[in-house]
Ligand binder design. Structure first.
Ligand code: HEC
Length: 233
């Protein structure tokens, strides 16, 4: 009972505010700031500082210390190497610009799909736990805006086949995005296109053939060519 009461009591009665004062973070003296080890860098986000390091940096600046060169200004700002830029520069244009060398067959794609994708997308891309990847709206209809019952799939909605390569490579499988080499991505792209009736079971894909595939929804979108600032777009 006593414990309950003290837990509900205001802070001043429990003495916890005094304790909080004792714990208050004091400004780090300049020497200590200078002695701080270089922050450990996150590989994807170089130069991020943790809370204590940021505080030390602020204190060192307040003290008018000129010598804070050992701490990176604002916590980021290393020159990006060409290799690092290349690692992030993986987008594929609608026309296939940026597609890497390599190739993959529908057959190999099916094997890879069974190993890495089937549990979330269903044996034939019909969707199970997650998104359907295959299936079309019968006829020439494109009713997604008016009727939410229709499922958006690669075959029913995506205007460019090249986007499939881009998406799989950067985002799938969900637990290990970026782990698939180009040959595997070509193969999986080929298999998903075959599930949508856009390739035969003996077909393969590479940087030449993928952009030539014409998606059923290709002409269902218009390019936003309006001119103006953010108030227009
Ligand atoms: C753990 C579950 C999981 C696995 C495994 C998985 N996916 Fe996905 N996938 C998802 C989820 C969830 C989404 C939707 C993500 C979103 O909308 O942000 C998705 C979306 C997609 C889409 C886009 C669908 C659309 O119309 O928007 C494609 C294509 C795709 N996955 C392909 C694959 C391929 C190929 C593999 C195997 C290499 C794979 N996925 C493995 C969960 C998974």
């Amino acid at each position: 009972m006593l414990v309950l009461l003290s837990a509900c009591a205001p802070e001043s009665e429990t003495g916890s505010s005094a304790a909080a004062e004792d714990d208050a973070v004091l400004p780090v003296p300049p020497e200590a700031a200078r002695a701080l080890p270089r922050p450990e860098l996150h590989p994807g986000m170089p130069g991020l500082l943790n809370a204590a390091e940021l505080e030390a940096l602020a204190a060192a600046r307040e003290d008018g210390l000129a010598d804070i060169g050992h701490l990176p200004e604002f916590g980021f700002g290393e020159t990006a190497s060409p290799e690092r830029i290349a690692a992030w520069d993986i987008d594929i244009g609608p026309d296939g610009e940026g597609l890497p060398p390599g190739s993959g067959s529908v057959e190999r794609g099916e094997t890879l799909y069974r190993l890495q994708c089937v549990q979330c997308h269903g044996a034939r891309g019909e969707g199970s736990q997650f998104e359907a990847l295959a299936g079309r709206v019968p006829g020439d209809r494109f009713p997604f805006a008016e009727d939410r019952r229709y499922r958006i799939t690669v075959g029913s909605y995506w205007p460019y086949a090249t986007t499939l390569f881009d998406y799989i490579r950067r985002a799938m499988p969900q637990a290990a995005p970026g782990s698939l080499p180009p040959d595997d991505v070509y193969a999986l792209t080929a298999f998903i296109l075959q599930l949508n009736g856009l390739l035969g079971s003996g077909d393969s894909l590479d940087a030449e053939s993928l952009p030539r595939i014409r998606m059923p929804a290709r002409d269902r979108f218009v390019r936003d060519d309006r001119r103006g600032g953010p108030e227009v777009r």
